[in-house]
Design a binder for this molecule. Sequence first.
Ligand code: AMP
Ligand code: ZN
Ligand code: ZN
Length: 416
Amino acid sequence: MIISALRPVALLVLLLGLTACATPRPAPRAEVGAGPGPVILISIDGFRSDYLDRGLTPHLGGLADRGLRAPMRASFPTKTFPNHYTLVTGLTPARHGLVDNIMRDPDHPGRLFRLGDRSEVTDPLWWEEGLPIWVSAERAGLKTATLFWPGSEAAIHGVRPSHWRTFDQSMSAEARVDQLLAWLDVPAAEQPAFLALYFDEVDTDGHRYGPDAPELNAALARTDAAIGRLVAGLEARGLLSAANLIVVSDHGMAPTSRDRVIYLEDLVSVEDGQVLSTGPHLTFEPARGREAQAAAALLRDHAHMSCWRKAELPERFAYRHRRVASLFCLAETGWEILPRDVAARRPQVGGAHGFDPDDPTMTAIFVAAGPAFRVGIELPRIDNVDVYPLLSRLLALQPAPHQGDLTAFAPGLALD
Ligand code: AMP
Ligand code: ZN
Ligand code: ZN
């Protein structure tokens, strides 16, 4: 645990939590009452905070106008799975253990976590250092429903959401919304209190065409239309005034180019070890007996890239965990570390994330509207660990130990 990286309030919560419960435990419903409507958490993967100002997302802009918005700092590394799990646990990746989209675990030699490997993604072993909000909610007797939230396909601490589906990237945004609404079409007593929905088109097109491309703008408009469909569906069911909607993203997107590539083959040899992640960051695990060669190759001055042993990574990244690879290189924003064949297949321009979370291009969004929120408030930058204590408060759940700070939202909350 990196205590120095925590803010005082978060530290107090964490210490109280740690003394009270060193191991995950059932979360009783707290005394404070939640509103009667559902809490709906929506992620738009790769939605950079300034996309909201392009005039292309009227439905999302409408939610911000009748609620709260804030730029949101992503956790390190600014990748999809680590940040989605942070949002629902209030823990940084080094605390919840989902340290990267691709990772190994020295406690489980031979295993390799990758997004495309269903048996790994659904194996609780990768997820159990965190306690996602849906697990606490289900244990407290609430029903939950998640559509593609990373982690929700695994039985974490033995618990899955009451409703969930296997990830299917080909399912349209409209169909995702309709599935979410269908989960609400049950008698009030059966309704999920917490629902989570995931959209990936903005990230996919951000990678493929870059954050400034017309194709990306079209993806923004399509995803916004899906949010409009959700709002209309809630209204038709008489749920809109009671529901608290929170729209977030996991990270932003930086423009990349074939002219800004650091070639992997120029850095390190395959005999020296295993390459795990490439792109904005390179993670490398030296082979036994090749530690010195790998370190000599990577731990030197490079143009457009910095490399560290994991114990020497900057404190502000708060990134120490057994699953973090021994050697870690981070490219300057907009540059990528790639094998030559991969670089050759790339279009001239595109987009990527995984860069320094304090670079403005990595800033995510937070928009919330509903009875729990005041109208028309714009907050200064929040941290994505703060979302978890907010969700806990809205669901009247005792939060598990976390690193967030609920007071970050205080000026925008309409709760006592
Ligand atoms: P990345 O841009 O590499 O950080 O990851 C984004 C990608 O993660 C999206 O394009 C999705 O296809 C993929 N993804 C999201 N959720 C899941 C999931 N549950 N299982 C596998 N892949 C996923
Ligand atoms: Zn993402
Ligand atoms: Zn992405």
